[in-house]
Design a protein around this ligand. Structure first.
Ligand SMILES: NC(=O)c1ccc[n+]([C@@H]2O[C@H](COP(=O)([O-])OP(=O)(O)OC[C@H]3O[C@@H](n4cnc5c(N)ncnc54)[C@H](O)[C@@H]3O)[C@@H](O)[C@H]2O)c1
Length: 252
């Protein structure tokens, strides 16, 4: 897939799936604005990449409208426009319903759902001008109910259906799609959902067994699907929720 001459912004590009998307877009020839919550996280990420002359730092807290607008304005200002917006900034923690409080609800919804919406809103004028597109990182937990992560499910279910509604509203100017990954080997999973468990090896094995294809996927595999949806090759694809989950949401 050829992204030469394309201008992209990746929220949550400092780590994990977002970082893999940044690297893949760079390798495919794009200029990329990298967002993370803090300037330090972004500069550390940029320091790990080749092709720095095609990279721009676009920090901003995606949990706030102001942070979304700052990140988008930085990217559009630096590149003189925008062709691709990838919304990967997100948080995910699990707690039983009775232990979930308002702060946890607000943080998940603010970053995962509200942030995705307001980045899209801020980027739309530039994306309409370029006939560009948006790829949101939702989750398999946005396509099905998963006990123990109800708040996360609510936020990601919102991202999936928002993607569909937005795709129709902004067509034919802009395409909007989302990717729904299963377990991906990133800090979110390894640090928060494996290493903090009483028996990390058993927790990891449960994740491996969760998918019919019997493994945890890599950020690079998710990045490939993002690049496909963002590419010219996917020019007739909009409103799609592409599951990259080893068959988990195909049914049990
Ligand atoms: N890892 C998985 O198994 C998995 C599965 C399905 C969906 N996802 C989704 O993929 C996306 C990326 O997750 P990941 O696994 O790479 O996690 P990660 O924790 O490795 O990375 C998350 C990224 O989001 C950024 N971020 C978090 N809060 C932010 C904020 N307020 N403002 C700006 N940036 C912020 C972080 O800086 C980081 O770059 C998330 O939306 C997550 O929900 C992950």
């Amino acid at each position: 897939m050829d992204f030469k001459g394309k201008r992209a912004l990746v929220t949550g590009g400092s780590r994990g799936i977002g970082f893999a998307v940044v690297r893949s877009l760079l390798e495919a020839g794009a200029r990329v604005a990298v967002n993370g919550r803090t300037p330090q996280s972004v500069s550390t990420a940029i320091g790990k990449l080749d092709g720095r002359d095609r990279l721009v730092a676009a920090p901003g807290d995606i949990g706030t409208v102001q942070g979304c607008e700052r990140a988008v304005d930085t990217a559009v200002g630096a590149f003189g426009g925008l062709d691709v917006l990838v919304n990967s900034a997100g948080i995910g923690s699990g707690r039983p319903i009775e232990d979930s409080d308002e702060a946890m609800w607000d943080r998940h919804v603010d970053v995962n759902l509200k942030g995705t919406f307001f980045c899209c809103r801020a980027a739309l004028p530039a994306l309409r001008a370029s006939s560009g597109n948006i790829v949101n990182i939702a989750s398999d937990a946005g396509l099905m109910g998963v006990p123990g992560i109800v708040v996360y499910c609510a936020s990601k279910g919102g991202v999936v259906n928002m993607t569909r509604a937005m795709a129709i509203e902004v067509a034919p100017d802009v395409r909007v799609n989302c990717v729904c990954p299963g377990y991906v080997d990133t800090d979110m999973i390894r640090r928060d959902h494996i290493e903090r468990k009483d028996d990390p090896a058993a927790a990891e094995q449960r994740m491996i067994d969760y998918a019919p294809l019997k493994r945890i996927t890599t950020p690079e595999e998710i990045a490939h699907s993002v690049l496909y949806l963002a590419s010219f090759e996917a020019r007739f694809v909009t409103g799609a929720a592409l599951a990259i989950d080893g068959g988990t949401t195909a049914g049990h």
